[in-house]
Design a protein around this ligand. Sequence first.
Ligand code: 6PG
Length: 282
Amino acid sequence: MMMRMRHRERNADSPPEEMYSLEGGLPTAPDLPGRVVVASSADDVIDKLAAELVLHAETCIREFGDFHLALSGGSTPEPLYRRLMYDPDYRKLPWRRTHLWIVDERCVPRDDERSNYRMIHETIVEHADIPREQVHPIPAEEKGADLAYEKELRDTLGWRERGQDRLDYVLLGMGDDGHTASLFPRTEPLRERERLVRLNFAERAEPHERITMTFPMINTARFISVLVTGEKKASMLKRVAAGDATEEELPIRGVRPLEGQLVWYLDSAACGESLPPDGATP
Ligand code: 6PG
C-alpha cells in the first residue's frame, strides 16, 4: 500500500508532527499529541513499529551499551511480539544487550492465562537469546510487589550515567475505556507524582488487582509508542483525539513524555475507516 506523508508544524518549541495517510486520503490520521503513523492493516503498522523499535535498540546500545525496553500485555501487541521473533528483518534486535521490563501486570500466578508475563515469556523470552538476569517480570503474586519492582528499576537503571537512568522505550496499548498500562479512569495512582510503580484496583476489569508503572516512570522514557488497532478502539480513539477529556477520565491523555518522543501506531480500523481487504480505496 502506497503511503503519503504529511508534515505539520505545530509551534516553534514543539517538533514537527508527522502524519501518514493513505493515497486517496483514507484514512485521515487523528489529531493526537506527538507523531501519528497510520497504515491500512494491523500487520502493516506492526511492520513500521518493529522497524523503528530495532533502530532505537541499535542506537541505544551504540550510545549506552544496553537497551531498556518495557512491554505491555493485552492482546494487541501479541502479533508484534511474534513478528519480532520470526521476521528476519526484526530478529536482529540485539536481545543480548536488552533489559526487558513489564509495564503492568495482573496479580495472578505467572503461569495463569491472564498473566502478561506469561504471554511475553511465551512469545519472546523463550525464543530470544536474552540473558535471564536481564528479564524483569513483576512479582505480582507477592505482597509489596510494587515496591520491589520500583527498587529493581531504580537499582538497575541507577547503573547508568546520570540523566540516562530512564527507560529507553515503553510500548503502551489503550483499553476501550481509555486506560493505558493499568492506569484506569478515576483511580488514585493516576495522580501519583513520586512513586514509579503502584498497586491499582480496576473495578471493571478482570482480574481487579494490578501492578502498574505510573506516569512518573512512563513519561521519563526516551521513546513512548502507543499501538492501537481494530475497530473496537475507534470510538475511544476519536474521543482521545477530540482533546476535551481529562486524564482522570481518559488516562491515556496522561502520556506526555518529559523529554522523549511519543508516537502512535494505528491501523485504519482504529481510525474508524476500514478499507476493503485488498487495500484498494473505494
Ligand atoms: C493489560 C495491558 C493494558 C492493555 C490495554 C489494551 O494488562 O491489559 O497492559 O494496558 O494495553 O488494556 O488491551 P488489549 O490490547 O487487549 O485491547
